[in-house]
Design a protein around this ligand. Structure first.
Ligand code: NAD
Ligand code: TYD
Length: 338
């Protein structure tokens, strides 16, 4: 079956493309990506020669390109988004454009072409922040949407557009909400690759505020496996949380990274807190476990973190190239100016 993956050159999208080509012999993937600063074809160099894989450079807001690309596809897995909270605080315009308008354009294109299923990849951040005190509280799929950052607000808006398409048009749409991902090929602006790359390069790590904020960490391949399960067995119009029950404070995470690289607390630089910094995310992922039998198996702590740090250590060239933006000129030559 032919599956259109938007944002397949980014962190989770590229892991998903590699994962499904490895485990689903009958899938063909069209990777639809605009190659923004976060998109990088080197992430998929090992699969680009696979006859089941093709790449289209296009924007999710481009309705004509979207209509052409979805033709003949059985499903869309929609990852493409602006994804970094700090960037959304500096300028929210690209977030509204790509995350909200882009999702509407892709939903409409898929529906008009008769695509059978649309999986909209979203985030636990749409639920807002939990208090630190009530440790037993977690977000379920029925928790109210209460996003706080412009990023989360744009993702919540896109979730609602996706669910409205199901309700209004009977479109087969599923929304997934995953917790914080870590693993290979994550752009070194998010905390785990940023701190890892800084430490490996002998630089200090900028810890926001008091470091008490909690995130619920899942390995990216567990997320990818869950998405394949949802695409194949999920129910239309439903929301599925995806999480691995792995809550860590940022200070705990930072100390784990310091232990892995063999460095001390003097490498921590306390910096001003992020405005509106959500205190705690924690997901109840019972629904996907009970309905689809999916279970996280690759997120064990700290071994999964150790493997991730080892990947960044072994891919210093990749880190250097994404940090310097070395690809940009090549992409402009190859695919034209954006
Ligand atoms: P990323 O920033 O690494 O990758 C985003 C990809 O989308 C890039 O390849 C980029 O080139 C592409 N893109 C951006 N704007 C585009 C546009 N206008 N048209 C076409 N392509 C465009 O993001 P990620 O971390 O891989 O996240 C992927 C998805 O998963 C996002 O929807 C995000 O909200 C969601 N998500 C991420 C996490 C996480 O921890 N990273 C957790 C839960 C959900
Ligand atoms: P991030 O990776 O940006 O993911 P998100 O904000 O989507 O959860 O940040 C994860 C946590 O790490 C978050 O609580 C903010 C914190 N953080 C820092 O302390 N320093 C940093 O430089 C960054 C990027 C994040």
């Amino acid at each position: 079956m032919r599956v259109l993956v938007t944002g397949g050159a980014g962190f989770i999208g590229s892991n998903f493309v590699r994962f499904v080509l490895g485990v689903r012999a009958d899938w063909r993937i069209v990777n639809y990506d605009a190659l923004t600063y976060a998109g990088n074809l080197e992430n998929l160099r090992d699969v680009e020669g696979d006859p089941r894989y093709e790449f289209v450079r296009a924007d999710v807001c481009d309705a004509e390109a979207a209509a052409r690309a979805v033709e003949g596809c059985v499903a869309v897995v929609h990852f493409a988004a602006e994804s970094h909270v700090d960037r959304s605080i500096m300028d929210s315009a690209p977030f509204v454009r790509t995350n909200v308008v882009g999702t509407q354009v892709m939903l409409d294109a898929a529906r008009r072409a008769g695509v059978r299923r649309f999986v909209h990849v979203s985030t636990d951040e749409v639920y807002g922040s939990l208090p630190l005190e009530r440790a037993e509280e977690r977000f379920t799929e029925r928790s109210p949407l209460a996003p706080t950052s412009p990023y989360a607000a744009s993702k919540a808006a896109s979730d609602l557009m996706a669910l409205a398409a199901h309700r209004t048009h009977g479109q087969d749409v599923i929304v997934t909400r995953c917790s914080n991902n870590f693993g290979a090929y994550q752009f070194p602006e998010k905390v785990i690759p940023l701190f890892t790359c800084n430490l490996l390069g002998g630089q200090r790590v900028p810890l926001y505020g008091d470091g008490r904020n909690v995130r619920d960490w899942i390995h990216v391949e567990d997320h990818c496996e869950a998405l394949a399960a949802v695409l194949e067995g999920g129910r239309a119009g439903e929301v599925y949380n995806i999480g691995a029950d792995n809550e860590r404070s940022n200070l705990e995470l930072t100390r784990a990274l310091l232990a892995i690289v063999g460095k001390g607390e003097e490498m921590i630089e306390r910096v001003a807190d992020r405005p509106g910094h959500d205190l705690r995310y924690a997901l109840d992922a019972r629904k996907i476990r009970e309905e689809l039998g999916w279970e996280a198996t690759r997120s064990a702590w700290p071994s999964a973190l150790e493997h991730t740090v080892a990947w960044y250590r072994e891919h210093a060239g990749w880190v250097e190239r994404v940090r310097s933006g070395a690809y940009r000129a090549y992409y402009e030559r190859q695919y034209g100016e954006r």
